[in-house]
Design a protein. Structure first.
Length: 67
């Protein structure tokens, strides 16, 4: 949510997404991929500065493919 105009927010998001693409992120909308983590249907998972945490078992959860 923002108190700024949608066009301004959209422009700034485009800048951040482009920066992510320059870092090697290939997803078309990388920040949308993280949006599900705040959903109440996933109460046992939380993202932290240390990674994805299973709060039921209180341990880090691997996020790499095949891990």
């Amino acid at each position: 949510m923002s108190d700024r105009r949608s066009a301004e927010v959209h422009h700034e998001l485009d800048i951040v997404v482009e920066a992510g693409h320059h870092l090697g992120i290939t997803l078309p909308a990388p920040f949308m991929q993280l949006s599900f983590l705040g959903l109440s249907v996933l109460p046992e998972l939380r993202i932290t500065d240390r990674g994805l945490v299973d709060v039921v078992r209180f341990e880090l959860t691997p996020v790499a493919a095949g891990a």
